[in-house]
Design a binder for this molecule. Structure first.
Ligand SMILES: C[S@@+](CC[C@H](N)C(=O)[O-])C[C@H]1O[C@@H](n2cnc3c(N)ncnc32)[C@H](O)[C@@H]1O
Length: 245
């Protein structure tokens, strides 16, 4: 792993921990965020639809939280590829997205995006997956598959600008995440241990913007949600046509 890898160091090759929380994933999201994750995800879906693209690739989709919010939305991608490493998560996504002929669902590692052609998609999105991935590898793969001028959107844990409030938030997560996920899973806290480590170690939004820019993206900017608990980063792959002499 590179120095931009996350301390969460999730290695799904060893153990698909997310399969074991898949059925309870939405409920746990509601509990940990007091339901506010729904607003964050709706905000991201709104931004994706505003870009009005043909082909979008959603990474680490889980049970399909972002794709389900795009269904029926004006401006939503005409073709949507929904992906995750966990077969169990993908089967839940398939149930929710049944009958949507413009949506393809398959297993894909966000680090490599093997099987997705270079310069082939207009938009890559990832929500709450980046903190358990090697960011440098995911960003490099996203840059590879995006068409010139294509869009990257990343929704992820951020940093509340007031340190004492951020500390209080982390303390809440340190106590509640292991406790509630332990109860919900009958004692298996592995998935939430990864997520908790990811929340603690994810860079602040400005540093993450710099990482995105170093990876080769331009027009990098972010929007804080709920006082900076999470942030939506947006960036574009440089459009080679516009920089040609
Ligand atoms: C916290 S869930 C996020 C789910 C959903 N995107 C959301 O917004 O709630 C993280 C997901 O990332 C998936 N995941 C972890 N590592 C991955 C990788 N290298 N490639 C693709 N998916 C991965 C897990 O299986 C899990 O479904």
């Amino acid at each position: 792993m590179t120095d931009q890898a996350n301390a969460a160091a999730f290695d799904p090759g060893d153990d698909d921990v997310f399969a074991r929380i898949a059925d309870k994933y939405d409920l746990l999201c509601d509990i940990f965020s007091f339901g506010i994750h729904r607003l964050w995800k709706a905000g991201m879906a709104r931004r994706i639809a505003a870009l009005n693209v043909d082909t979008a690739l959603d990474l680490a989709s889980g049970p399909g939280d972002i794709p389900t919010r795009l269904v029926g939305r004006s401006g939503a991608p005409r073709r949507l590829i929904v992906t995750d490493l966990s077969p169990k998560m993908l089967s839940l996504a398939s149930e929710r997205l049944a009958g949507q002929d413009h949506i393809a669902i398959f297993r894909l590692d966000a680090h490599t995006l093997d099987g997705i052609d270079d310069n082939s998609v207009d938009l890559v999105s990832i929500s709450f997956g980046m903190k358990i991935c090697d960011r440098e590898r995911v960003l490099a793969s996203a840059l590879r598959v995006l068409k010139p001028g294509g869009h990257l959107l990343n929704l992820e844990a951020a940093r509340i600008p007031v340190p004492v409030i951020h500390w209080a938030y982390l303390t809440y997560m340190d106590i509640c995440l292991p406790l509630i996920s332990g109860i919900a899973t009958g004692g298996d806290r592995s998935a939430y241990d990864y997520l908790l480590k990811g929340i603690h170690t994810f860079p602040d939004p400005v540093s993450f913007s710099e990482e995105i820019a170093r990876a080769g993206f331009e027009d990098v900017h972010h929007t804080n949600y709920t006082g900076g608990i999470v942030a939506l980063h947006e960036a574009r792959k440089p459009d080679t046509k516009s920089t040609a002499p």
